[in-house]
Design a protein around this ligand. Structure first.
Ligand code: GLA
Ligand code: ZN
Length: 673
């Protein structure tokens, strides 16, 4: 399944009119029309309203909300509303509240806090989804089902402990297998009964928080279990919906690079992916782009929905900067450039009270249409009307893949040694950024993805190597492609046990290197790496000492007792190449290496010298080739057209080699000829 079929990009967002009297609704709809808003996500936090008591359901208000939207010609995404518990449920069944990492059983409060193993929660949530689906399936306004909201977090209660043990039996089969996987001979941990196993928490295997564990194997399995336990909640609701509604697409809103849940395990169960983008506003644009591409990779490159973004500010951070004029438009087109088939906001009208009253909204407390934010939202609404369905269903024709692996992320960041300073997202982002700024379209894919469409496979920090991955990477080079791996790759198997071979384990034959030793230093310690062409990069954090076994050096360390030994290598294998970067190069160093790799396949884009100009291709279902250009700089970008093209937003045509200008923070949606 794909996202819901619509004639244009759905535009709108989270709408909570249950907080307001009816007069306000009239005003809302008048303003929605003015801003080109056609899609509303409703009911996300309305459990206490739709089910005021265990035996009582009351859909009066939700009926009115949905019917009113329909009467106004708008479509709705109906949420099941099961992410915030109603007080009666928590009071009646205290076990629905989570037990935290420190072992404290929580009492009623907040949201996103239900125990995923509690039958009382799961039954009540599925029952509510069942009632909603029974009532609204077939409603003319219904566009999609939105289950729960931003699943996340973990619970350490006794119900979860039992569920974990059951999960472990399924995964490992026998206690012997489990003892072997977790290497329990270490520190006298040999389990002789499943009941002896406790969830890994501050009371058991951990110290100094969730990343410091005595046994990586159990903690890794608890992350996987939590992923599956929450997925079980999603599936219970989805099943309830499907009993009444076999067709309407179902999703839940993800959070991009969110460490606690392995979204790749969820992806097959969603009809389409959707996510909430709240990048730190001072982050480079490639941070949001990476998350978009990760989300697009969930459904094998199919478009996703941007389910939330703020029109102006967030509220939850200590300091919440405002989106500058033009930034909202730019962020919206960036999402579209990376595969978003919807552009939705949190939120349509600002809440009057509680912790999100200062969160940005399309309509503020004063209800005005003449604010800058409303005007910008309305201008984007008008443009999306003009754009119509041109980008819908379009795919990204990427020839570069970047492997993203939650298991590697978890295992690396909970490892004692070599360094706590290596952060998975940062290293992955550095390689992604290098490829994107060179103008390559990048698919961010799971390690299980089919690699045959790609010329280049970037595998930064591929710490864990599972199944047949090494062989599939070898197949890439065998047919002439290039694979790039980095330090701290090929270290552990699926259970976090070291390989009993030379580092980088199963990647050693491919990369043609052997690593016996590694040096980890504080951030201040820099080792210069001399690359070809007289270019020197700074390297930090971890310095692996490489002994080439077939690979040739491309860069060498400049300092310390390993000065002169290889820091970057290239192994020519078959028609292809395997690169190994043995240290954390700075961004210019990563850029240098990645550009060389991309250049080999003609993948450096025509605007690569304009570092502030982001490019992204999409190919529409009818074969139309689109190129989105995004100028992230506050100055104009003067470009020379590389191909004849027409801008779908302005109708302007540019011939090949003709100069054209992108405004500061400007955007072009080009149809290429
Ligand atoms: C999340 C939630 C919303 C809201 C926003 C605020 O994305 O899904 O309910 O809390 O954050 O940024
Ligand atoms: Zn629990």
């Amino acid at each position: 399944m794909t996202p819901p079929r619509t004639p244009k990009i759905p535009y709108g967002g989270d709408y909570n009119p249950e907080q307001w009297p009816q007069e306000v609704w009239d005003e809302d709809h008048r303003l929605f029309t003015e801003a080109g808003i056609d899609t509303l996500t409703v009911g996300v936090f309305s459990w206490a309203l739709t089910q005021p008591a265990e035996e009582t359901y009351d859909f009066t208000v939700l009926d009115r909300i949905v019917d009113r939207a329909a009467a106004e010609g708008r479509r709705v995404c109906i949420a099941t509303g099961t992410a915030a518990l109603p007080p009666w449920l928590a009071k009646r069944h205290p076990e629905v509240n989570r037990t935290d990492f420190e072992g404290r059983r929580h009492r009623y409060g907040q949201r996103h806090n239900f125990c995923p193993s509690s039958p009382a929660y799961k039954c009540a949530a599925a029952a509510l989804a069942d009632r909603l689906a029974e009532r609204y399936a077939g409603h003319s306004a219904l566009l999609a089902w939105h289950i729960n909201n931003e699943y996340g977090g973990a619970c350490y209660c006794d119900l979860c402990a039992d569920a974990f043990r059951t999960w472990l039996r399924d995964r490992h089969g026998t206690l012997d297998a489990l003892n072997d996987a977790w290497w329990t001979a270490f520190w006298s941990h040999r389990y002789t009964d499943w009941d002896q196993i406790e969830p890994p928490s501050a009371l058991t295997e951990h110290w100094r928080g969730p990343d410091h564990t005595a046994f990586q194997g159990i903690t890794l399995d608890y992350h996987r279990f939590t992923t599956d336990a929450l997925l079980g909640c999603f599936l219970a609701e989805k099943e309830a919906i499907r009993a009444h509604d076999p067709d309407t697409p179902v999703t839940t809103n993800f959070m991009g690079m969110f460490r606690p849940l392995d979204y790749h395990r969820w992806a097959p169960h969603l009809d389409f992916a959707s996510w909430d983008s709240y990048p730190p506003l001072d982050a480079p644009p490639t941070v949001a782009a990476l998350a978009h591409d990760l989300m697009r990779g969930l459904k094998d490159g199919a478009p996703f929905w941007l389910m939330e973004q703020t029109p102006s500010t967030t509220a939850c951070r200590d300091v919440n900067p405002l989106r500058r004029p033009g930034e909202l438009r730019l962020a919206t087109y960036q999402a579209i450039a990376h595969g978003a088939d919807a552009a939705l906001y949190f939120q349509m009208r600002a809440s009057r009270g509680a912790c999100e009253k200062y969160h940005g909204a399309v309509i503020g407390h004063a209800g005005r249409a003449d604010t800058r934010v409303f005007q910008e939202v309305a201008a984007v609404g008008e443009e999306l009307r003009i754009l119509g369905g041109a980008t819908l269903g379009a795919r990204t024709p990427a020839r570069t893949a970047l492997l993203f692996d939650w298991d590697s992320w978890w295992a690396l960041e909970m490892s004692d040694g070599p360094s706590r300073l290596v952060r998975y997202q940062e290293v992955v982002h550095a390689y992604y950024r290098a490829a994107r700024q060179a103008g390559a379209d990048v698919d961010v894919v799971p390690v299980t993805a089919r690699l045959t469409p790609y010329d280049v496979v970037l595998a930064p920090l591929l710490y864990m190597v599972k199944d047949d991955l090494a062989a599939r990477l070898e197949a890439v080079t065998a047919r002439g492609g290039t694979v790039l791996a980095t330090f701290l790759s090929g270290r552990v198997d699926a259970h976090d046990r070291a390989f009993l071979t030379d580092v980088p384990g199963p990647l050693a034959p491919l990369t043609g290197v052997r690593v016996d030793e590694w040096d980890a230093r504080r951030e201040e310690v820099v080792n210069p790496v001399h690359l070809d062409g007289g270019f020197t990069a700074d390297a930090r954090l971890v310095f692996e000492i490489v002994r080439p076994r077939g690979a040739e050096p491309v860069g060498t360390y400049g300092a310390d007792f390993y000065a002169g030994t290889p820091a970057v290598t290239r192994h020519r294998v078959g028609e292809g190449e395997a690169w190994y970067v043995a240290t954390a190069l700075d961004q210019p160093g990563v850029d240098h290496v990645v550009r060389r790799v991309l250049a080999r396949h003609g993948l450096v884009g025509p605007y690569a010298d304009h570092t502030a100009v982001e490019t992204a291709h999409r190919v529409a279902p009818d074969g139309t080739r689109l190129l989105l250009l995004l100028n992230h700089a506050p100055e104009p970008a003067h470009l020379t057209a590389h191909a004849p093209a027409t801008d779908l937003l302005t109708g302007e045509h540019t011939e090949r080699d003709e100069p054209f200008t992108l405004d500061p923070l400007g955007v072009a949606v080009l149809r290429l000829q």
